[in-house]
Design a binder for this molecule. Structure first.
Ligand SMILES: [Zn+2]
Length: 250
């Protein structure tokens, strides 16, 4: 796989510029760059390679959501006990999901791992991490989505945060969100490496989720491992660890 980001190595311009370079060939990229400029971009929809044809939207497009002919608010499913060690979403946001465009979660069969693909992020303090997650949620809401797309978020100190309530389907892999639990590791792993604490927490949380929802190790995928996904997510430095992660939790 050719990853354009491997060519974007000018040290002083890492971050927004490198991300922008990776996306210059697509309409999605132009929109993302615009949103970066507005401080609103958040997501893992980086183009897989410069040579790829224009990618279709990585996630449901706002216009598709808006075109639903019948809008019916979803009845919340019964609340489930929080998973061990997870920081509740009330700790980082006062925002509620938009209930008229969210679907109930189906039985969980898959787990998908992402990075946020924004500028590199090294902070570990609670407030900075909470702000980063709220930034991502606002970016997703700005696209017309019901809520942050991921169910869990893991920061560099190894905290696991609740994202979208697991009673609801996520929005993190194009056309493959049914029964698909989304985990975001904050950072840009084309430009930095996941921390040891982050990887340890990911391992721990995958074990908890696998045990609770009976998900096979082989059904733990990275975003780019979905055949339909044209994305560099979760970045080469986390992608390189995927086989090891699956072996460790098997
Ligand atoms: Zn992703």
């Amino acid at each position: 796989m050719t990853n354009l980001d491997s060519k974007s190595t000018t040290p002083a311009t890492l971050g927004v510029k490198a991300t922008a370079m990776a996306e210059t060939s697509s309409a999605i990229g132009r929109r993302s760059i615009l949103m970066l400029g507005l401080g609103l971009f958040a997501g893992c929809a980086t183009a897989r390679s410069k040579g790829a044809r224009l990618p279709s939207p990585i996630w449901p497009d706002a216009s598709l959501l808006a075109s639903r002919s019948v809008v019916v608010a979803v009845e919340p499913l019964p609340a489930t006990p929080p998973l061990a060690g997870v920081i509740p979403r009330s700790s980082w946001t006062k925002g509620n999901p938009q209930m008229d465009n969210i679907d109930p979660m189906l039985p969980i069969k898959w787990i998908t791992i992402h990075h946020d693909g924004m500028s590199p992020f090294s902070a570990t303090d609670f407030a900075s991490c909470a702000s980063r997650i709220e930034l991502i949620r606002n970016g997703h809401r700005g696209k017309g989505w019901a809520d942050i797309g991921y169910h869990f978020v893991i920061d560099r100190s190894g905290r696991v945060w609740e994202g979208r309530d697991l009673r609801y389907q996520g929005a993190h892999v194009k056309d493959q969100n049914e029964g698909n639990l989304g985990i975001l590791c904050v950072g840009n792993f084309d430009q930095q490496s996941p921390s040891m604490a982050q990887l340890a927490a990911l391992d721990r949380h995958l074990r908890i989720c696998r045990a609770k929802y009976k998900v096979k190790a082989s059904a733990v995928l990275s975003h780019q491992e979905w055949a339909s996904a044209r994305t560099a997510c979760p970045g080469r430095n986390l992608q390189a660890k995927m086989n090891g992660i699956r072996r460790a939790i098997a």
